[in-house]
Design a protein around this ligand. Structure first.
Ligand code: ADP
Ligand code: MG
Length: 137
């Protein structure tokens, strides 16, 4: 059993496809251990993506992530981190496989619909960034 952090990004929330995206996680055997809709400030988005602070896209990315509400979730299941990354598809939707969330809902490499943790250490940091112990089933 493993846990990972998932975010439905502002462009996908705006498109009204929260349910469709969550359905894909559930169909693939992942369970939602916690979930909430929040609107991050620029500073909160910068803190979440601090690993990317030296990247040229950091400022644009954190503007995007704070432009509107997002849905943050803890997904739970066997190999949840890798499974979620497979369901999401490649970072750039141009390279994402058919049937993946990013292929179907991303606009471009930045506005790519979903976030998913990439390793156990980042999952632990990202889960603790948004959720307290009392909020996790
Ligand atoms: P992933 O979300 O697939 O783990 P990264 O961790 O590399 O991808 O990047 C974090 C986020 O930054 C991406 O999901 C995307 O929103 C944005 N991003 C990544 N690469 C670029 C890029 N070349 N140009 C603009 N935005 C990018
Ligand atoms: Mg990443």
């Amino acid at each position: 059993m493993e846990r990972t952090l998932s975010i439905i990004k502002p462009n996908a929330v705006k498109k009204n496809v929260i349910g469709e995206i969550i359905g894909r996680f559930e169909k693939n055997g992942l369970r939602i251990a916690a979930m909430k809709k929040i609107w991050m400030t620029k500073e909160e988005a910068k803190g979440f993506y601090v690993v990317h602070k030296e990247r040229p896209f950091y400022n644009d990315l954190t503007n995007f992530m704070s432009e509107g509400p997002v849905v943050v979730m803890i997904l739970e299941g066997e190999n949840a981190i890798l499974k979620n990354r497979e369901i999401m598809g490649a970072t750039n939707p141009a390279n994402a496989a058919p049937g993946t969330i990013r292929k179907d809902f991303a606009e471009n490499v930045e506005r790519n619909a979903v976030h998913g943790s990439d390793a156990p250490e980042t999952a632990a940091f990202e889960i603790a960034y948004f959720f307290s112990a009392l909020e996790i089933m």
